[in-house]
Design a protein around this ligand. Sequence first.
Ligand SMILES: [Zn+2]
Length: 598
Amino acid sequence: MNYKSSLRLLTLFATYCLSNAALAETQILKASTIITMDEKNPRAEAVAFDTVTKKITAIGSLSEVQAKAPQAKVTDLGATVLMPGFIEPHGHPATAGLITQPPTIWIAPYVGYKTWDDVKAKILKEDAQATAGMPLIFNGVDKLLQQAPTPTRDILDALTPSGRPIIIFDNSGHALYFNTATTKLLGWENATPPKNPLGGSFGRNQDGTSNGVAQEVPAIMPIATPFMFKAIPNPLLSVAKFYSYMSSFGITSSSELTYNTGQYKAYLALASSADTPLRISVYHMSTETDAAAEAKWPDSSMVRKNGIKLWADGTPWLGTVALSFPYLDNKTTRTAQILLGPLAEKGMNYTRGQLDQILDKFVPLGYQMSFHCNGDVGFDVVMDAYESALAKHKLLGTDHRWRVEHLGAARYDQFKRAASLGITVSMGPFQYIYWGDLLDGTMFESAIGSQWQAVGDAFRADARPTFHNDGPVSPPNVLLNIQSMVTRTTNSGKVHGANQAVTMDQALKAVTINAAYQLKRDQEVGSLEVGKFADFVELSADLTKVKPLEITDKVKVQGTWVGGKKINLTKFLEEMSAIDASQHQGLPEASLSTRHKH
Ligand SMILES: [Zn+2]
């Protein structure tokens, strides 16, 4: 070998070593403090991670971490506090993107539209400002919280003097309202609706013309699908915006609880960016013909299929839940057209025999089961069905982590039973935060209503509860959930059932390690430990050091890291906008047909 060629080899070798070193780069972040959510090592000062494996390699004091990674670059985050990225264990990002993010206009009570007058003013303003003739979608009119009338065709025509088509989704997901221009867009002659589909209905005036109301998904779909095709030019981008919205609240892992195969491509595309802000676990709806089929994405740490979802009962805001006690009879409950009940087992969407059949179909395939259930009677039926399936399939005492969702009316003894069976519970603080003042004394007798979302009991029973916002149902505001559950305070500042308040440590577990456990990701995320992914939320202050009632005022989310990468939401949205929108035009149909009873 001559001198020149050996020099060239040496250069090549050096380049190889350098590039390998660059690939194997270890980074260290130093924060004012790190809340690890690891009980063996609750606080730290610095964390090191490998940017290739994306996992934590050391965590402790800065000197301890530097001793393990002497070559690593240290980034000092100053006053920033680091925590494990928050986890939203129950959401519906695809639907949420389409019906809460622009170009859709979100008019729910908790995003600033407290009364029906606020909603009316917003519709008039948008009608005056938007491009002439452009169809507009509104979402979130709430008869209970806004005390809104049914927004009929006449009412909506008066609110759209420009004559543009508009539709409004009811906050419950069970009704759609529209104006005369929409009946023209749909090609309904003389504003006359088609025959009612099975399971849904079109409201009619005495002369047979539409009154501007469609009830239930089978009637909502034939209006909303062609409407969205015109009003939402880029459905994938809408979902990407909801990802960004969740990320802005500090969330790094979430879930899709109304998965169907029509959404596969979208979740693939959303995971394709290096700045994808969320890991997603999907639960396939049991009613889909291919629900049992495997679904795999290229990087299972980003998107994976966990299990099977079904709706055991309905929504507390319409009275379609399996409760043992009635609603109170008054103007508020009547305006909202709530079924006063008690419906008891009649509130169930399935008989016990049907639940057993569904469990027999999916359990042998190894899927984690997830049942929506708000009522106390419903919870008993679900646990009876779970217990018998666990026994039948020899899963009692195993690590199955089957889930029950929402549990507005669940009691201590029921949580205790769930814990003894290894069943995990996901609670909805948003029900208490936004409806709590009505639940206590207006919807139900105080002894019952004040205890709605008995999160304290769930912890006392060791049921490992988690918190969720059920997007699109409420904004994914994790810090507000923590603040409200620690202080047991509603949105108006009132306290109902102070006995159900939780400790700060419990609230933090509910949105980190408990949620990771529920999603079967606790070996990867949920706490900051060596070997787990470097998923962080950056907070402006230590939320354990501020007064609990001031958390949302004093603590700001500054950003998130996923797999050791600081997430750039602008870049993520740019990359998603660059994807050919026509590939995702089927997303509204796939996602709206799945809107459920919250
Ligand atoms: Zn849900």
